[in-house]
Every structure is written in C-alpha cells, then in structure tokens.
Design a protein around this ligand. Sequence first.
Ligand code: F6P
Length: 341
Amino acid sequence: MKVGVLTGGGDCPGLNAVIRSVVRKGVQEYGFEFAGLRDGWLGALQDRVVPLGVPEVRGILPRGGTILGSSRTNPFKHEDGVRRIQDTLAAHGIEALVAIGGEDTLGAAAELSRRGIPIVGVPKTIDNDVPGTDYTFGFDTAVGIATEAIDRLHTTAESHMRTLVVEVMGRHSGWIALHAGVAGGANVILIPERPFDIDQVCAWVKRRFEFHYAPIVVTAEGAVPKEGQMVLKDRSLDEYGHVRLSGIGDWLAREISQRTGTDARTTVLGHVQRGGTPSAFDRWLATRFGLHAADAVKDGAFGTMVALSGTRIVRVPIPDADTKTKMVDPSLYDEFGVFFG
Ligand code: F6P
C-alpha cells in the first residue's frame, strides 16, 4: 500500500519525529511505501508529491519544523478542492493519507474522510488545544521555551523594579500561558478562557511592588479584557477565518504604566516558541503517535485520529471543524490563584 503524509497548519517541534516513525514502522513492519505531500493540503491540491522513504527520514528526529513544509490551506476554499485532491492521490497510487495537523487541518481531514478519502489524523500544535487528546506534541517544547524566557525576565525586572509583561501564543486557549506562567512563577496569568479585569491586574501589580518584587505578567495572545474588545494588530484572516493576533501584551504594559504610575515593558515571544529542536517529551509523544498512525492505517481505521489518553495511545474520531477547542478548565486555572499578586 502507498501512504501519503502531509503536515498542515502552524509548524511545531516534533513534526519530523512523527514523519520518521510512521515511515519507519510502515516500511519495516507493514511493507508500505510512502510519499510526502508538500505544504499541507496545498501540495495535495497542486499535485506536489515528493519521495518519502527511510533514507529521507534519517537524522530528522531532533529537527524542528517539518521536512514536508506546511501551510494553512483549506481545501474547501479552493474550487474543486476535493476532486483535485482525489486526482493527486490517484495519479500517485496513494491509497491512504496520514494528516498531521491542528484543529483546522484535522477539521478538513474529517470532512474529506466523510467524502471517502481514507485518512488517519495525528494531532499537533504548540497550543495543546486539539480536542480528544490529553496532550499534543510541540506543547512541551513551547512551554519550556516560554518558561526559560520568564526565568530570564525575572532578573532584569528586579534590577529595574518594573513590570514585565510576557505575551505567549494561544489564540483560543491559555495552555501555554498557564503552564509556563506557573512554572516560571508569574504573578499574573491571563488566558482567553477567563476575560480579565484590568483593575484587578493593576491591584496585583501594585501588591507585588509593595513586597519589593517586580511583577511578571504572563498573557496568552488571545486574552481579552472584560469590558473590551479583542486587541488586534491587523485584521487579516487566514483561510480558516482566524484573525492574526498580537497586541494584548503592549496594551497591558501601557495600561499598567498609566494606571499604576510605574514602569512596564512587554516581551512578545512569538514564533520562537514554535522553532527549534523538540523536547525529549515531544520526541517521545510524536514518535508514539507516528507508530500508532502506521498501525491505524494497517487496520484500515480511517476517519480516526491517534490521541493520548493518560499514558495510552488511543483512536478517536478525527475532530471535525465544529468540535469545540479544548479549553483550560476554570477550576484548573483557579488552583493557582494563590500565586497571583
Ligand atoms: O495555531 C498555533 C499558533 O501557534 C497559534 O498559537 C498562533 O496564534 C498561530 O499559530 C500563529 O501562526 P502563524 O504565524 O503561522 O499564522
């Protein structure tokens, strides 16, 4: 059997580890052949198919990014998208697809699968918000990078007795902000799931100064003030209708400065969180997902996604575009209230 592999959406550390393990297991155990589709669904639409055998996946385990390239292409936004994908698969004799992606790529995979294309999904994203899996790979690496940045910001904040706001990724969910904020000893953590009260934030900041410590405020890019609108730098949308975020960190520093009369600065971590080599945990998880995806193809378990449940890898239906994003549970967030201020 010939199996196509693609990676879609924002890249994340561990994608290459999945590609390597699905190919290794598929070739060695099941005698599959593989082909890579370039740049996610775009390569499937444009018939851009590359060889993907054991030689191509040698040495890629610790490499960040994806050797197949990625894009945010939504096949349903392109004329004749489904037929064009079917044509590409037929032209190369590809009988099954492994789609590695976040909620958008997988949402498209779920719909394509309903329309008869045999697909196994693998969840990825640094945001950790794909429903159906306890964790996605990429998340642990991103949290590690953000935590290290927060550790470094503590010392410079103390030297200047100023507030440092750290903006991390997470447009719908605050997993990175919460985990890195807790690990890095932040004094305020703001997440999209819980609209914040700027007066409360300023009260926490002032309290921290009273103890002669400099406040560290960690905010997810999608966090919003209670009474206000989402703060946006621009309004351009991607093909899945997501607006580009960034701006809440700057807004917070400005408000904190004005309202408390103290100095505040912002660091936006941005794509640094997505780049570079995956952590050991992400390599482990990505490798397991790849091995189990090969098994799922072998079993003909199309329309399913491999997922982590506790310590076990299970199969769940590929979440479709309407499935709710996996959010931070309010009670989990509340556990850390004692550290605020
Ligand atoms: O979806 C993952 C993510 O890292 C989000 O947290 C972030 O909003 C988005 O990607 C930004 O991605 P890009 O720069 O690729 O549009």
